[in-house]
Design a binder for this molecule. Structure first.
Ligand SMILES: Nc1ncnc2c1ncn2[C@@H]1O[C@H](COP(=O)(O)OP(=O)(O)OP(=O)(O)O)[C@@H](O)[C@H]1O
Ligand SMILES: Nc1nc2c(c(=O)[nH]1)N[C@H]1C(S)=C(S)[C@@H](COP(=O)(O)O)O[C@H]1N2
Length: 177
């Protein structure tokens, strides 16, 4: 497909943050769940980039910097490492690279998650902007992916437009599935 710059496909990175999944000790189910949700929900095609990194400020910060500053992706979705355990450092790494935090994303995802699980308050997940990239943290549990994405995604296309990222289409009406 040939596209001019106005219509260039948006690039979405999915970063799984997990010590064990990065060592191959268990199968990463959350990264694929994010990609599947997007395939089902987005009305316009986009390019996906996938990464799996261990927990830690440096490992997560480095992959976020590479994706935003070198690869120029429009949207980064992380999954995992948002909780209170000592090695849950995805939020610290994200906050270090953000130029502008958008706390409403984390607030909304915790609120909808709380309707499903009382442990939702344990996630410190946040979101924000680095240059022309939007970064959103999701919890690690595969079951958390669709509820969190369905809650915040309606605001994502407009947010990308405001920061000058490439266009992504509105989600399809049944994207709560
Ligand atoms: N990417 C993933 N794929 C499948 N299951 C996951 C994934 N991330 C988390 N989980 C599940 O959710 C649980 C809690 O996630 P959490 O991020 O707290 O992992 P953890 O116990 O710190 O271990 P690790 O960092 O090695 O994944 C995990 O024990 C695992 O059962
Ligand atoms: N929707 C939803 N949110 C959720 C959960 C879940 O199962 N579903 N798990 C919670 C739990 S048990 C934890 S410890 C925190 C942080 O998880 P993480 O460290 O894997 O990111 O997310 C919370 N948020």
């Amino acid at each position: 497909m040939t596209l001019n710059s106005e219509n260039a496909l948006a690039r979405i990175a999915i970063v799984t943050v997990s010590d064990r999944a990065s060592r191959g000790e268990y199968e990463d189910l959350s990264g694929p769940a994010v990609e599947q949700w997007l395939w089902r929900s987005m009305a316009r095609p986009c390019e996906f980039v996938r990464r799996i990194v261990p927990d830690g400020v440096e490992s997560v910060r480095n992959v976020l910097l590479e994706l935003c500053d070198t690869d120029g992706v429009d949207l980064v979705l992380t999954t995992g490492g948002t909780g209170p355990a000592p090695r849950d450092l995805t939020v610290e790494a994200t906050q270090q690279v953000l130029t502008k935090e958008l706390p409403g994303f984390g607030e909304l995802m915790r609120r909808v998650s709380l309707e499903q699980v009382p442990t939702a308050i344990l996630s410190r997940q946040t979101a924000g902007v680095r240059g022309r990239s939007l970064i959103i943290n999701l919890p690690g549990k595969p079951a958390s992916i669709s509820i969190c994405l369905a809650a915040v995604f309606p605001a994502v296309p407009y947010c990308l437009e405001l920061i000058g990222a490439k266009k992504i289409a509105e989600t399809l009406p049944d994207s709560g599935a």
